[in-house]
Design a protein around this ligand. Structure first.
Ligand code: 3EB
Length: 347
């Protein structure tokens, strides 16, 4: 068993042979134009965000690894409520899109915000599904919502999202221990609450970053409920180690460093990525490297692109494999956030 990740233009997904498409668990795609119809059974989230560079690899495809036939891994399609998913006997990839408007009925001054309700509904549906199907372990969650830094109902929308997410994690007993997934949470200019998730039957190991406070321990200045995610999760099987690294930014301890300085935020983010990889290697006795991995780089302001690219070129000393996407980072003083997944074969 295992998992493969491929990066390509979305239009190439449909051009792949049927046998390849049958192995796809799910798709995370960026771009301003909604692609024409995909194989309707493939779970996909399309994030309506401008791709500033790296368009040719803006679609991330998660595949069930068929090279290992120690277990039968027929990919099966499913739908439950608003969730569309695929499973392969070991992994489950799902997507859910919820329109906040559906939660705005009967709204009053002191009612729970539609975004918090939508978040609770999404996470409740996800956990009900994965617990019922027996894929209870959380590896990686992608969260996208409109206007993440705007205030409504007296609170920043990212914080409404955090309240809803944590509420459901607590009530499903997932805040105890180190069960939290790697994650990202980004703001787009419009669109529904869109969540993709990768979960499975085997427990993952939660990895924290020694340079950073655990996000779920952040002080209250960042909101009434803490952001519930691990800095990374590590998944081991016999053949393969996969490190899912959360959105990583210029935060040391709990504080944002280098306000208004894109170059310095980029360097600090790279230092944080190095630190979390080093910690994962220490824990799992692996030699995972940032070099050669595919990066997704979220940039708040398009005009910062060239400086961020220059810093990354300097660090990687050569061609970088990165998709740069314009999106709002969940703290308004963060200008850049980088996420990646690193894999290596274990002999
Ligand atoms: C941070 O380190 C930056 O709320 O799921 C990064 C990754 C961030 C995931 C989330 C937030 C999330 O706090 C923001």
């Amino acid at each position: 068993m295992g998992i493969n990740i491929e990066y390509m233009p979305f239009s190439d997904v449909q051009r792949q042979p049927q046998a390849w498409q049958d192995r796809v668990l799910g798709v995370v795609n960026f771009g301003e134009t909604l692609p024409a119809s995909l194989n309707q059974h493939i779970p996909a989230i399309h994030l309506n965000a401008p791709v500033l560079a790296g368009e040719r690899i803006a679609c991330e495809v998660w595949l069930s690894d068929s090279t290992n036939n120690s277990k039968s891994n027929q990919v099966v399609n499913g739908r439950q409520g608003a969730i569309q998913y695929r499973t392969d006997g070991e992994l489950l990839f799902g997507v859910i899109n919820l329109d906040e408007l559906a939660f705005s009925q009967g709204e009053s001054e002191n009612s729970i915000s539609p975004l918090q309700q939508a978040t609770e509904s999404a996470y409740q549906q996800i956990f009900a599904l994965i617990d019922a199907l027996g894929y209870p372990h959380l590896y990686r969650f992608w969260n996208y919502l409109a206007d993440i830094n705007e205030t409504s109902h007296g609170l920043e929308r990212y914080r409404h999202f955090n309240v809803g997410r944590k509420q459901v994690l607590v009530s499903s007993n997932r805040m105890a221990g180190n069960e939290l997934p790697a994650a990202c949470a980004l703001g787009l200019s419009q669109g529904p609450l869109s969540i993709a998730f990768l979960v499975g039957k085997t427990p993952a190991i939660a990895i924290e970053n020694p340079r950073q406070m655990k996000a779920y321990d952040y002080p209250e200045q960042y909101g009434p409920r803490t952001p519930s995610f691990s800095r990374a999760t590590l998944l081991n099987d016999n053949e393969q180690t996969t490190l899912f690294i959360s959105g990583t930014a210029s935060i040391v301890g709990h504080e944002t460093l280098h306000i208004d300085d894109i170059a310095a935020q980029t360097r600090e983010t790279l230092a944080n990525l190095e630190a979390v990889i080093k910690e994962a290697n220490r824990v799992s006795k692996t030699e995972l490297k940032l070099q050669d991995s595919f990066l997704r780089v979220y940039i708040r302001n398009e005009e910062d692109l060239a400086i961020a690219q220059a810093e990354l070129q300097e660090y990687f000393k050569g061609e970088i494999k990165a998709t740069f996407v314009q999106a709002d980072i969940c703290r308004s003083d963060l200008l850049i956030e980088i996420e990646t997944t690193i894999q290596m074969e274990t002999q």
